[in-house]
Design a protein around this ligand. Sequence first.
Ligand SMILES: *Cc1c(COP(=O)(O)O)cnc(C)c1O
Length: 385
Amino acid sequence: MREEILEEISRLTTLGLKRTLRLIQGPQGPKVTMNGHEVVLMCSNDYLGLAGHPLVKEAAIKAIEKWGTGAGASRLVSGNMEPHVILEERIREFKKAPCALLFNSGYNANLGLICTLADRSTEVFSDRLNHASIVDACVLSRAKVKRYANRDTSALEDLLKASRAKKKLIVTDSVFSMDGTIAPLPEIASLLERYNAVLVIDDAHATGVLGKSGRGSLEHFGIKDHPSIIQMGTLGKALGSFGAFVTAGQEIIDLLISKARPFIYTTALPPSACAAATKAIDIIEDNPKLIEKLWDNTSTITKGLKEAGFDTMESVTPIIQVKTGESHRTMEASRRLLEHGVFVQGIRPPTVPEGTSRLRVTVTAAHSKEELEFALSAFKEALNG
Ligand SMILES: *Cc1c(COP(=O)(O)O)cnc(C)c1O
């Protein structure tokens, strides 16, 4: 067994696919310390800088003082506490949805949601570039999975037309996490009634990012919440905390509570994580300028990279991909950027399709103009020389 393990590691190394951890010293923020040096962080999903916001931290600390550090059991046993219920109510209001249910992470939410809604008699229509947690959920659900080309609504419609399944579930990321593109949700939503299908939207990178008030992809497109649309979102990205949620009608939430294994068989989120996310939503609602700043920064970086001759493909969100193509080349670019004081992660297969390795740059509202200028100069010096 040991020999096979070593062989696999050396295979990954040869292919440029071996992954290693890098240590961030001190807290998250627009600048972080790595190897004792301060670098500009351009690969975090803390889009609004709320993970280090004084009021969010204060809320978490107060929650620990009031409710302790752990929930001690799953929600269905004795772990259902006031911070969980308060946060669910806050999410329900924020998303303008009928009901909300917390999960312990986005990965768990997708597993629980898709495996509860889909079974052997279901066809799941899944965008080819959907997040790994959706891919895994589809496998685990035992549903028949039909994958369609990224954002290709007519390919999706062809599959729906040909389907004779009684239960049809369409699943898509709203913001594609590695491409920074947005799914054509109005077109997809227009198919729901005709084909008697249900739509699951993964708003992991849209929550706190898309829409004027950060409510997500439905707000961005002006789509009204609808019984056939179920959303999930995470608390660990723009909300600066940890965990995830599903919003849907009461009957779906009831079913999830009774059947979703990643909800049932896991200890409830710590009270402090819930209190932090609740405060983060308050801050987002009270400060619409935060989202404006995020998008101003996004256009500064996107424009700057394009002007410097980098190919940002079709990215239109704070996730900006910079085409590099090959794994070794990508990791070398990431290494050189770090030498120039900017931390950008290289993304390789199997996270993205073969031959499409890229640098994945993310921008946050917390970046100053100077930090963005510094990052752009580093790109030019490190990669254009
Ligand atoms: C990050 C992410 C998830 C997983 O969320 P976690 O809370 O980090 O587990 C799910 N879907 C998408 C699209 C994501 O980007």
